[in-house]
Design a protein around this ligand. Structure first.
Ligand SMILES: Cc1cc2nc3c(=O)[nH]c(=O)nc-3n(C[C@H](O)[C@H](O)[C@H](O)COP(=O)(O)O)c2cc1C
Length: 401
């Protein structure tokens, strides 16, 4: 079976007709409503309470089954503000439920163990006419990383001037395209926090830890409060310093953050980013780093850099003293940005280690994976929730490929 998920806002029939003329297979067409499809909230119920099943009760429940029953899945995606539209990103984020929390190790990086034996082939068509050449390249490399993350063989599907399927091979991220400005600034900062979690957010733990000295200089706005989006998007042009502090979601930002960013207009001022992630290696965040550079240019803002910190999922689970030690280099980095107006390279370098695992460390980490030491964390949480016996559940029937 071939299933086409139309994730575009403007669902023109022309594109679908063009695809049908090129591919002779019968296509099961599913129109996904970006207004109805809810964003992943990072609750981890699909991993730790009802293994393999997403807790959000919306149309995605049917889409999971259609996805897993297909040999080929087509994704029709449109773009906004230099990247894929937030509706398509919400769909991509929600696919995490089809994978295990367990971690495996490849190419010096962590990835999730597959829950199913096989996953459908992906054909992705991006209506990217409003992207610059660099943004197109960045989006392509992002999609190849996304497909690698989800272990799907993937192709970029072009329809004009002629039909073409370009393999989305594992490729290096495009980042460090511009230099971060080191010009000081003593003006206040607006901090947008970008975790969709309702409770126990690591981003929140970080922002809460910023010292009292800094608090007088910042206004913190939680992007879960979507009712304020219009106001915040319109005041952006008058705000000299804006910082986004957010978790990494499938190598990029959570979809509700993209939804907010979509409404920003070019204006003068500074833009800085802090991204924290679950896996320890900062290379996970290089794709989004490139996007932040491009976004700053798109918005005419001075790019103040991206601080990257891996291994943060443990923040909320560790004892207070361990948490304080983990937070210190993070808050030092952010406090310097807020007080002086720029990131200090030595702070960034300390945070981003390890970029990837290499040499002896790689051997040691592989050994720890083999002994099951690293995945004990997930087993403890599964047991606490009485879900351990169901940990290998495959609630959706997969197509025998
Ligand atoms: C849908 C989803 C996708 C994620 N993708 C990644 C990823 O690609 N790489 C990574 O290292 N961590 C990833 N994470 C882990 C989060 O970045 C990490 O748990 C983070 O600390 C959550 O922060 P928060 O509690 O503030 O939301 C993902 C989490 C979710 C829910």
């Amino acid at each position: 079976m071939t299933t086409l998920f139309d994730l575009r806002v403007e669902k023109s029939q022309d594109t679908i007709t063009l695809i049908q003329t090129h591919l002779e297979a019968t296509i099961n067409i599913i129109q996904v409503d970006d207004q109805q499809l809810k964003a992943c909230t990072g609750c981890w119920d699909c991993w730790l309470k009802t293994p393999g099943l997403c807790a959000i009760n919306d149309e995605m429940q049917q889409h999971y089954q259609a996805f897993m029953r297909s040999d080929t899945v087509m994704l029709l995606i449109d773009t906004a503000q230099g990247f894929i539209h937030h509706g398509a990103k919400a769909f991509i984020d929600r696919l995490i439920a089809l994978h295990h929390p367990y971690i495996v190790f490849k190419h010096g990086e962590c990835r999730h163990k597959t829950r199913y034996k096989t996953y459908p082939k992906l054909l992705v068509h991006v209506d990217n006419s409003d992207l610059t050449a660099l943004e197109k390249d960045m989006t392509r490399t992002y999609l190849s990383r996304m497909a690698d993350h989800y272990r799907s063989k993937a192709y970029l599907m072009a329809l004009t001037p002629s039909f073409n399927l370009e393999p989305l091979k594992r490729s290096q991220p495009i980042h460090k395209t511009i230099k971060a400005s080191k010009t000081p600034s003593d003006e206040p900062w607006i901090i947008y926090t970008g975790s969709p979690r309702r409770k126990k957010s690591n981003t929140q733990v970080i922002v809460d830890a910023l010292s009292e000295d800094v608090k007088a200089n910042v206004e913190i706005r939680d992007l879960k409060n979507t009712k304020h989006f219009n106001t915040w998007q319109s005041t952006f042009k008058d705000e000299p310093n804006v910082l986004f502090v957010l978790p990494l979601y499938v190598h990029h930002v959570p979809s509700h953050v993209l939804r907010f960013i979509k409404g920003l207009k070019p204006s003068q001022g500074n833009l800085a980013f802090f991204v924290q992630s679950g896996f320890p290696e900062s290379a996970q965040s290089h794709y989004v780093e490139g996007y932040f550079e491009g976004l700053s240019q798109r918005l005419n803002r001075t790019y103040k850099g991206t601080a990257i910190k891996g291994g943060c999922e443990a923040l909320q689970h560790v004892q207070a003293s361990t948490q304080a030690n983990m937070l210190k280099p993070i808050t030092d980095t952010l406090e310097h940005l807020i007080i002086e107006g720029f990131y200090l390279d030595q702070h960034l370098n300390k945070l981003k280690t390890p970029v990837k695992f290499s040499g002896l460390v790689r051997v040691l980490v592989s050994f720890m994976f083999k002994l099951g030491i690293i995945n004990r964390f997930w087993n403890t949480l599964l047991k606490e929730n009485g879900a351990y016996a169901l940990r290998h559940a495959r609630p959706y029937l997969e197509k025998k490929r």
